[in-house]
Design a binder for this molecule. Structure first.
Ligand code: GCB
Length: 655
């Protein structure tokens, strides 16, 4: 949609070359597990949120930090530093426009005192430094020693730092992070740097970053940073899948242990009262649960989001000691199936009535913020929404946990947004895309709320290389996780789309009466009906309207409805809904409004302090459209569910 360039002050070819050099390293395979760092009897956790020291590298080539090795000494000794909150984007924290629009390397640093006991039995305690996410390219040092490098802004990465911190009790350990937000044609999302060499029009070394996606490229350490411990022999990964009939469910598990081949594993599955309902042992097996409580979506059952807890215990002999590791994984028992006209959860038709979101808010940008997270879930449930898509990147694990717990169904999208340039369909991009899918599935594979993977949003899927590209990405995704359907979200013409043959569900975006025929609400019924019929005729796959919407400036009124007024947004909804109501009797299986809330974008002539298609403002106040949607979602929920009358009231929160 909008293709605006971010302005940078200074910069130059050398800094850009530096990023390319780093990104040119062979793409790593997502090896090992990435279990969420939970406290258990054998694992401790220390939060590193709060204020970090921060310095943006404003040198012309953005590489002074590397030339002068800022990681070798306290950052404050390299030059002026400021306080920077973590987690948060750095862009909106200061009054400095050059930091808001900064492109290149920024540096973060935190000094941490470690508990003595982590350092005492050095051979048996493993200390891990974990980042929930940092955007976009990260290099991390501990006490001046590089411990990890990671590409990609929305997924976790970690490093075992045990050997570096040993032997220095009482001395703070220094964590330094260099972070680069530059996007290239081969990053996900892609972008490009454009140098403005016309000296009569631009200052020396002037460059802009071009992106082909419609949200601000916020950067920073966006999610929690933690230190956690495990024994030196530890549970590295757990994979769980479930099958069920009415009276019995099977939970298949696989556990991997690292650090020794001599270990024993025992497992017990607990219900929500703590009662053990099944036990097992060994690294792989199946647990049988009689009369299971299934995991149901919100508004489909009186007790949605039911989770069991799988306690995995490992024992091993190492270094003359008996080591025990314990990890508890929440498990939801549910099945997902797709037919040519339906999406079935636990064998029952599921209709997605939900939203598309962004991780976005005033001041903190894309930084995880608990009050905002909880407010958003309260608004979703107020609205009667049963689902959302993580447009256009994986959301924080803390958000996904609440989806599991509340029964909010998720279409889990990777950051494949804005894949428009033909260079972004080459082998280098493809290899990286495969790794990102590995990292996403490794993180979210055990989540009952995740019912489908989305590998991209609105790529140029009509281009010839898109066929091989999406065939490969989707096949890889299915090989990694055969238990879930896969899609990508398209706005291409049904007859030209080269990726659609490989998806399980057609997800289509359209903006009739907005980007097409602006102001003409009357064209919606015909155009939307044609859209659905063309796609269904071609593929005989169920269809989700994965985006539709109109900008509205809160408080702007007009009757008859004119574009940008609250009335126009409402009228557009009603036109779309009348077609959905006909087609959901056939093969339309969902509707996701664009967007849950207003959000920040790059500046441009079509954006007034961001995208205003939210049904809530950026501060989470409802516009008139929110009430229209609320009436509708509760009505649909009431028609299709077998909830007891008391729960059918839309004034009641279920949890
Ligand atoms: C789209 C994109 C979304 C934009 C939206 C818009 O098709 O998928 O990222 O924000 O349109 O409002 O233009």
């Amino acid at each position: 949609m909008t293709k605006m360039a971010a302005r940078a002050s200074g910069g130059g070819a050398a800094g850009w070359r530096l990023l390319l050099l780093l990104a040119a390293a062979p793409a790593p395979v997502a090896a090992g597990g990435m279990l969420y760092p939970r406290e258990t009897p054998s694992r401790e956790r220390k939060e590193l949120g709060g204020l970090w020291s921060f310095r943006a590298d404003f040198s012309a080539s953005r590489d002074a930090g590397f030339m002068q090795r800022w990681y070798r000494q306290p950052l404050r000794q390299t030059g002026p530093v400021i306080d920077m909150p973590v987690p948060a984007s750095f862009n909106d924290i200061t009054q400095d426009p050059s930091l808001e629009n900064y492109i290149g390397w920024v540096w973060y640093e935190k000094e941490v005192l470690l508990p003595l006991r982590w350092l005492q039995d050095d051979l048996n305690t493993r200390v891990v430094l974990r980042f929930g996410s940092a955007h976009y390219y990260s290099i991390v040092w501990v006490n001046g020693v590089q411990v990890v490098e990671h590409e990609g802004g929305h997924l976790p990465f970690e490093a075992d730092i045990s050997s570096i911190i040993q032997g220095s009790p009482g001395v703070p350990c220094r964590i330094t992070v260099a972070l680069n937000n530059t996007l290239t044609p081969h990053t996900l999302p892609p972008g490009s740097i454009q140098y403005m060499n016309d000296k009569t029009r631009y200052p020396k070394n002037y460059f802009v970053q071009n992106i082909r996606f419609d949200f601000f490229n916020y950067a920073g350490i966006h999610r929690p940073v933690v230190l956690y411990t495990t024994p030196s022999v530890y549970i590295d990964d757990i994979t769980v899948t479930t099958t069920s009939s009415e009276s019995v469910a099977m939970v298949q598990y696989q556990v991997s242990v690292v650090g020794s081949t001599l270990y024993s594993l025992s497992l017990s599955l607990h219900d929500q009262e703590g009662k053990v309902v099944a036990t097992g042992d060994g690294p792989a097996g199946e647990l049988k649960v009689l009369n299971p409580n299934l995991w149901w979506p919100y508004l489909m059952h009186e007790n949605p989001g039911y989770r069991y807890f799988l306690e995995v215990k490992m024992q091993a002999q190492a270094n003359g000691a008996l080591l025990e590791d314990v990890y508890t994984l929440p498990v939801g028992i549910r099945t997902v199936h797709v037919t040519s006209t339906q999406f079935l959860i636990n064998g029952r038709p599921f209709y997605f009535h939900g939203v598309n979101k962004h991780e976005d808010a005033d001041i903190r940008g894309k930084g995880l913020d608990w009050p905002l997270v909880v407010k958003d879930f309260n608004l979703l449930r107020w609205l009667g929404a049963n689902s959302f898509r993580t447009s256009h990147y994986p959301y924080a694990e803390e958000i996904m946990d609440l989806c599991d717990a509340y029964g909010i169904v998720v279409i889990d999208e990777c950051p494949g947004v804005g894949i428009k340039m033909s260079e972004s369909f080459g082998n280098k991009s493809l290899q990286h895309h495969l790794v990102v899918m590995e990292e996403l599935i490794r993180r979210d594979k055990n989540r009952p709320s995740v019912v489908m993977w989305s590998v991209a949003n609105e790529p140029a899927s009509e281009l010839p290389p898109a066929a091989y590209y999406f065939k490969t990405v989707i096949a890889h995704t299915k090989a990694l996780d055969p238990s879930r359907p896969v899609t990508f979200v398209t706005d291409a013409n049904y007859a030209l789309d080269r990726g659609a043959p490989y998806v399980d569900v057609i997800c289509v975006n359209s903006y009739f009466s907005w980007y097409h025929d602006p102001g003409h609400l009357e064209v919606i019924p015909l155009q939307l009906t044609t859209q659905f019929e063309n796609w269904y005729k071609t593929y005989q796959k169920p269809i989700i309207q994965s985006e539709y919407g109109a900008d509205s400036v809160p408080g702007l009124h007009s009757d008859p409805p004119l574009m940008f007024s609250e009335e126009y947004q409402k009228a557009m909804l009603r036109e779309y809904h009348s077609v959905f109501d006909k087609k959901r009797k056939e093969y339309v299986i969902g509707e996701l409004i664009w967007n849950f809330a207003d959000f920040m974008t790059n500046q441009g002539t079509t954006r007034v302090l961001g995208n205003k298609k939210g049904i809530f403002t950026r501060q989470r106040q409802p516009k008139s459209a929110a009430f229209v949607l609320r009436e509708r979602y509760w009505k649909i929920a009431n028609e299709s569910s077998c909830l007891p009358p008391i729960i059918k009231s839309h004034t009641l929160f279920l949890k």
